[in-house]
Design a protein around this ligand. Structure first.
Ligand code: FAD
Ligand code: NAD
Length: 481
């Protein structure tokens, strides 16, 4: 057995682990990172990048077809083979040389294998041929092991060889009939992508389509999916699966409906990659999500940091805000926290402090790349009410904004803002419509900076842009003073 001593050992080289490691190295610490699959993690090879590549060509085609002059120049149909080939390139053909080179350049030592905590500040790495290396950490161990698809226990499902998001993101052929279980973000985006690529898609969702977003946004996406030929079963659950001799999957739903598909995508949420990371050695339960304090230290069963606070968790595995950009935000704060603690400097975890990931609680932006796109940050009316905030919600027809009408004929969309009535600041914003993704950051800034609504009147949107929606929403809300 080899033994290696570093200041910091990070388990998991996804976007979050990479950024924690980089931050710690930049602060002068020595860092080892452990990765069992591809450096770059889920996002680079099986999630954000390949799925957005699968969606992009159809979005560009729709944009061209919404303008008469451009439409007349579009003479053919979408080319699925070309879409899949471009997707392959965006997944770096599932090779991580580029990201390994980046780690090298950053001065992070890479250990390939499965990492497991074996004692305080100690990580054992078992490589593909069973060799074990022991890594010791002077300052901190960071778990950034992400999540995997959660496959529910339903009769026949695992024998039916279902797709998870990994197979959907990396498929080399478009199935004729695709059944999708789950109406969350993965289900909605993959229904959009595969319907455009030519599959007959059926989506089965227990709690409706995109239940976490404003109903005006999910309703519009549901209507559009139906217009694209997607069959929606929106209060339904499958009870059984059987892949027959012809390799067709026969599904039965709870109401007795039966349907057939060539592939089944299970998109029913995620489970944390903590089953084999050695949680049992530190008094935690393998397979659980990791609870953390405001500086991302892992909390034990008694609610206090594990040991003397040497163990941290960042990114999807702590479930705070399972999105790449938000995990990287945690990673930046955590890298600086570990560096500060190592030198005895002050750690500022007060709200919006340098070492706190406060935005996780107030201003998490997300773009859902459906047709049309949904962009959302902060609260919905329902989540604000559940959080006990006294709010007023206003909405406006996005198609009535001059910039949107110019952008595409028949532009259809809607936007809404949620105002905290006690503080008179924005706490939520949702917009749905073609090409709305880039509108989102203005709302994120307004929420994170707690800009008073009265001051927003002085942030004048340029004419004629879709951003004029801000003015229309303010006019609908009215002056506060
Ligand atoms: C289909 C899909 C689409 C998505 N699209 C978007 C999007 O458009 N935008 C967005 O912001 N987010 C998106 N997400 C979410 C995004 O992928 C995650 O938030 C992000 O990947 C989390 O990063 P992470 O570093 O925490 O974990 P991961 O990316 O999961 O990385 C964890 C790494 O740890 C490694 N690992 C795990 N256990 C061990 C171990 N014991 N030893 C060694 N290594 C280990 C894994 O192999 C992996 O490389 C999407 C998710 C899915 C499923
Ligand atoms: N564009 C993006 O930002 C993006 C894209 C894809 C994924 N992601 C992230 O990936 C994560 C995972 O997404 P997801 O869609 O897998 O999970 P999710 O939890 O968002 O949605 C899962 C859905 O499946 C439904 N469901 C669960 N069990 C079911 C069953 N037995 N039958 C029918 N329906 C069932 C649930 O009601 C839920 O709505 C999320 O955190 C998401 O934010 C983000």
């Amino acid at each position: 057995m080899n033994e290696n001593l570093f200041d910091v050992v990070v388990i998991g080289a996804g976007p979050v682990g990479e950024n924690v490691a980089d931050g710690a190295v930049q602060g002068g610490l020595s860092v080892a990172i452990v990765e069992s699959e591809l450096v770059g993690g889920e996002c680079s090879y099986w999630a954000c990048m390949p799925t957005k590549a699968l969606l992009r060509d159809a979005a560009a085609l729709r944009a061209a077809r919404a303008l008469p002059g451009a439409n007349s120049a579009v003479t053919g149909e979408l080319d699925p083979a070309a879409v899949l080939a471009r997707r392959d390139a965006f997944a770096s053909h599932w090779h991580d040389d580029g990201q390994v080179a980046w780690l090298d350049g950053a001065g992070v030592a890479l250990f390939r294998g499965v990492g497991r905590i074996s004692a305080a500040r100690t990580v054992e790495v078992t490589d593909a041929v069973g060799h074990t290396t022991v890594l010791k950490a002077r300052q901190a161990v960071v778990l950034a092991t992400g999540t995997s698809a959660r496959v529910p226990h339903i009769s026949g499902l695992s024998d039916a060889a279902p797709w998870t998001s990994r197979e959907a993101a990396s498929a080399q052929a478009v199935p004729g009939r695709l059944a999708i279980i789950g109406g969350g973000v993965v289900g909605a985006e993959m229904a959009t992508a595969y319907a455009a690529l030519g599959s007959h898609v059926t989506l089965i969702a227990r709690d409706g389509l995109l239940p976490a977003v404003e109903p005006f946004a999910s309703d519009l996406v549901a209507e559009t999916l139906k217009a694209h030929g997607v069959t929606l079963h929106l209060a339904a659950e499958p009870t059984g699966f059987r892949r027959d001799e012809a390799r067709t999957v026969q599904l039965t739903l709870v109401d007795g409906t039966t349907l057939a598909a060539d592939e089944v995508l299970v998109a029913t949420g995620r489970t944390p990659n903590t089953a084999t990371v050695g949680l049992d050695h530190i008094g935690l339960t393998p397979g659980d999500w990791l609870r953390v304090d405001e500086s991302l230290r892992v909390l034990g069963a008694d609610g206090t940091p594990v040991g003397d606070g040497w163990l941290y968790a960042a990114g999807d595995v702590n479930r705070r805000a399972p999105l790449t950009h938000q995990g990287k935000y945690q990673a930046r704060a955590l890298g600086e926290t570990i560096v500060a603690r190592a030198s005895g400097a002050l750690v500022d975890t007060s709200p919006w402090g340098r070492h706190a990931a406060t935005a996780d609680e107030h201003a998490v932006p997300q773009v859902i790349f459906t047709d049309p796109e949904i962009a959302t940050v902060g609260h919905t009316a329902a989540s604000a009410e559940a959080a006990g905030i006294r709010v007023r919600a206003v909405e406006y027809d996005l198609g009535a904004v001059a910039g949107a009408a110019l952008h595409a004929d028949g532009y259809t969309g809607r936007a809404g803002m949620i105002v905290d009535e006690d503080r008179k600041v924005l706490v939520g914003f949702t917009v749905v419509g073609p090409d709305v993704a880039e509108l989102l950051h203005a709302a994120t800034i307004a929420i994170a900076a707690e800009v008073p609504i009265d001051r927003l009147w002085h942030a004048v949107p340029a004419y004629p842009t879709i951003s004029e929606i801000w003015l229309r929403l303010l006019e609908t809300y009215g002056r506060t003073a």
